[in-house]
Write a protein of this length. Structure first.
Ligand code: APR
Ligand code: PHB
Length: 398
């Protein structure tokens, strides 16, 4: 039968969602255990996005894990859109009454959270195999898993499914209990991390006939860049020289932008998908982050959305444990989904605005292409349109 242990909240997945939940619960005196399939080095080595909304920064401060973020995070007051042979700066602070974003890698957020959990005596079981949620439609849910050849049972009050898009928690729900909404895009992003100074002080999102490109950064000496490629692209077709060449073509190597080359530290392909599962709760099982929804990375919303789910879930759990009220738990799914759908809309819109859509099945996209140009033109000339972009980019309120 194996060994049994007990906690208040059993968390599946040691990504930013599971980690932030565990750390915030600790701050409020609630116990949790995290079960993670991979090992620590793998979790801390994954390269992901890196734009944090102010609400995300505030939550990390509340969790007591923002010291390094406050020292090393880069404050960005704006970003640039390039397209139709023009460039336009979206002045985030001016358009939103002073709101800004912070550029700081998700990889670093993950490392800071793991260090804080372990320093506080938090329990993270890395390399937990065959994690399975049970009896979550009863008041006595539990998780089973195996670790280093032993079988375990973890009893808990609540299961938090923070196990990403491919995780087990959503898949464990009865088919008829979940409705999924999905859109796959006919392109992907090829991303590089390079030891080279950023192309400019701020991020550049570019629409180009050869495809979308994005110049981002991690620090004054590390660049993070992306180029649109086909979804079934073979990485071996993309030599370093070809990537730099495409970036120069798509971004434009002119005054204020210089694509600085340097050795690559990482090269990978990210598929593009929009996905939402409704509802985000079934009995005692609560989904959060990528386990419940995916956005294409164009709006930089993936991590931020995981963090706002955790904000709602933490408030609900604190109210449950400290005030014996299930009201916020009952409202969790509706509250989280209201914000999720707005971020889905923005991410879908930014993606549709800036990418080159292939002519599929002989369909001529001439009209859609002109619409895209007209929309970019409108965005570059309308204060109202820029305000809409800025308000969404800095993050809608929780
Ligand atoms: N058992 C245990 N752990 C699992 C299982 C499983 N069956 N399946 C997946 N996991 C783990 C993964 O190994 C991963 O560490 O769950 C974790 C999920 O983490 P993320 O994928 O980072 O998801 P989340 O925490 O919701 O963070 C959302 O990450 O994917 C990006 O764009 C996304 O930026 C957003 C953020
Ligand atoms: C990144 O820096 O990795 C990044 C920035 C902005 C995005 C997506 C990714 O929209």
């Amino acid at each position: 039968m194996g060994r049994s242990h007990r906690t208040q909240v059993g968390i599946v997945g040691c990504g930013p969602a599971g980690l932030l939940l565990s750390q915030l619960l600790h701050v409020y005196g609630i116990e949790s255990v995290i079960l993670e399939r991979k090992d620590r080095a793998y979790v801390e080595g994954r390269i992901r996005a890196g734009v944090l909304e102010q609400g995300t920064v505030d939550l990390l401060r509340e969790a007591g894990v923002a010291d390094r973020l406050d020292r090393e995070g880069l404050i960005h007051n704006g970003f640039e859109i390039a397209g139709n042979r023009r460039r336009h700066r979206i002045a985030l602070d001016e358009l939103t009454d002073g709101k800004v974003v912070t550029v700081y890698g998700q990889t670093e957020v993950t490392k800071d959270l793991i260090a804080a959990r372990l320093a506080a005596g938090g329990e993270i079981v890395f390399e937990a195999d065959a994690v399975t949620p049970h009896d979550f439609d009863s008041a006595k849910p539990f998780l089973t898993y195996s670790h280093q050849g032993e079988n375990y049972r973890l009893d808990c009050d609540i299961i938090a499914g923070c196990d990403g898009f491919h995780g087990i928690c959503r898949q464990s729900l009865p088919k008829e209990a979940v409705r999924s909404f999905e859109r796959a895009y006919p392109f992907a992003w090829l991303g590089i991390l390079a030891q080279a100074a950023p192309a400019a002080d701020e991020l550049i999102y570019a629409h180009h006939d050869r495809g979308f490109a994005l110049c981002s950064m991690r620090s004054e000496t590390i660049s993070r860049h992306y180029v649109q490629c086909s979804p079934d692209e073979d990485l071996s077709n993309w030599s370093d020289a070809r990537i730099w060449d495409e970036l120069r073509h798509r971004i434009g190597d002119t005054d204020g932008h210089h694509i600085n080359e340097g050795p690559l530290l990482d090269k990978s392909i990210t598929p593009m998908r929009s996905f939402v599962a409704e509802p985000m709760r079934h009995g005692a099982l609560y989904l959060a982050g990528d386990a419940a929804h995916i956005v294409p990375p164009t709006g930089a919303k993936g991590l931020n959305l995981a963090m706002s789910d955790i904000h709602y879930l933490t408030r609900a759990l604190v109210s449950f444990y400290k005030k014996n009220s299930t009201d916020l738990l009952d409202r969790y799914s509706d509250q989280a989904l209201a914000r999720v759908w707005k971020a889905e809309r923005f991410s879908w819109w930014m993606t549709s605005l800036l990418h080159k859509f292939p002519n599929e099945g002989g369909y001529d996209r001439a009209f859609e292409n002109r619409m895209q140009e007209a929309e970019i033109e409108y965005l570059m000339s309308s204060h109202a349109a820029q305000t809409v972009v800025a308000e969404n980019y800095v993050g809608l309120p929780f």
